[in-house]
Design a binder for this molecule. Structure first.
Ligand SMILES: *Cc1c(COP(=O)(O)O)cnc(C)c1O
Length: 397
């Protein structure tokens, strides 16, 4: 079938909620994907920070084949070994004592929102349910998570929103301190804001939030949906800050593209989810849990976070050299392989030029280019991406 005809059908039959690029991708292998016209792209988007081990990684594909031929789905009315092994592995490699599985980042955050409300009500008072979230944040598209998301463009037209959320500027400890009161149940924050522009907070920010929460009995919820599973150069981004949250949410890279979310929590908090209080039909099926188990084992065994840190430094150095000669670049920031290049103009046209030259990159907000390649990227991939980005940016006058 011709690409042109496919794209016509796409425009005709899909709800029009995505502004899609006019290519149709058909195959992937490692750092590369191919479109329906046979063109090859170096993938520095990885879905949206999803395909951490690259496309069709042999261990992931092997786990998918084996699980599909063994047991795809049974309900959470029964125990299944892959889900148990995965929960154990996640707890052994994080602050958490318990895990709830679901299917997406929004769902993981929904679970966290429900959990902190229940905890605060049971532990303190029936009117303690408010969540302080950050401006420019992104937490998902369900009604509660889009309310938590501090960006009006995602909320417009969907009002009335869910009560019980307050927003304060990111990276502003004083603002959080002022916002906390007797109704506050939790602070919800991304360790690095992804969609909001790859915003890296000051070093003291997360430790400061931890301290404020400890002093007031407020729970600290970290949304690591984008930063988790090694992306920032540590398995979890909170490790860089030397603190631990009370609750953490994961999704994106957790099963390398097979849909999966998870909410992790400390024992005292997790205990509030008593039998029947929360559930998900598809959450943590033996199939998806087997895939996530293969992903997490590979990430840990092959020291993927360290590679991400190394490749991230290489990219940031190259981008900074680029920034010195391209006036359109205002700033380069990020950690590991979550990198933002802030421009003084819309980033969309640069993304298009990169794609035409064979490189897929993302935006984060209007004026920020976002690089989130698979964490298996090699130095040669980074050099190639830098070359294409250099040419694409140099044509910005
Ligand atoms: C992508 C993202 C989400 C939403 O995840 P979905 O799987 O699309 O629901 C939530 N939080 C953060 C930080 C994200 O980057």
């Amino acid at each position: 079938m011709e690409t042109r005809e496919l794209l016509e059908w796409s425009a005709r039959y899909h709800t029009p909620n995505y502004g899609r690029t006019p290519i149709c991708l058909v195959r992937g292998d490692g750092m590369r994907v191919w479109d329906s016209d046979g063109r090859e792209y170096l993938d520095f988007a990885a879905g949206i920070a999803v395909v951490a081990l690259g496309h069709c990684h042999p261990r992931v594909t092997g786990a998918i084949r084996e699980a599909a031929a063994t047991l795809l789905h049974v309900s959470n009315l029964y125990h299944t070994a892959p889900q148990i092994h995965l929960a154990k592995l996640l707890c052994e490699h994080s602050f958490a004592d318990r895990v709830f599985f679901c299917n997406s980042g929004a769902e993981a955050n929904e679970a966290a929102i429900k959990l902190v409300r229940r905890y605060a009500k049971e532990r303190f008072a029936s009117d303690r349910y408010e969540i302080i979230a950050m401006r420019n944040s992104f937490h998902g598209r369900t009604l509660a998570t889009v309310t938590a998301t501090g960006q009006e463009k995602y909320q417009h037209g969907f009002e009335p929103l869910v009560p019980g959320f307050k927003h304060v500027p990111y990276n502003d400890l004083r603002a959080v301190e002022r916002a906390i009161d007797s109704r506050t149940a939790a602070v919800l924050v991304e360790p690095i804001q992804g969609e909001g522009g790859v915003n890296v907070p000051d070093e003291g920010y997360l430790p400061g939030l931890r301290k404020l929460c400890d002093e007031t009995g407020v729970l600290l919820v970290l949304d690591e949906v984008q930063t988790g599973i090694g992306r920032t150069g540590a398995l979890w981004a909170y490790e860089h800050a030397g603190i631990a949250p009370d609750v953490m949410t994961l999704a994106k890279a957790l099963a390398n593209g097979v849909p999966m979310g998870a909410m992790l929590a400390r024992e005292a908090v997790a205990r509030c989810l008593t039998p029947g209080s929360h559930a998900s039909t598809f959450g943590g099926t033996p199939f998806v849990a087997s895939v996530a188990l293969a992903v997490l084992t590979t990430v840990i065994e092959e020291k993927i976070p360290e590679r991400a840190a190394r490749m991230g430094r290489l990219l940031v150095d190259g981008l900074q050299r680029l920034a010195a000669r391209v006036p359109a670049v205002r700033a380069v920031r990020g950690r590991g392989l979550l990198i933002g290049v802030e421009l003084d103009r819309p980033a969309g046209p640069v993304v298009d030029r990169c794609r035409e030259a064979g490189l897929l990159v993302l935006t984060a907000g209007e004026q920020v280019l976002r690089l989130a390649p698979p964490l298996i990227a090699e130095a040669a991939d980074c050099e190639r991406a830098l070359g294409i980005l250099g040419t694409a940016l140099a044509s910005e006058r």
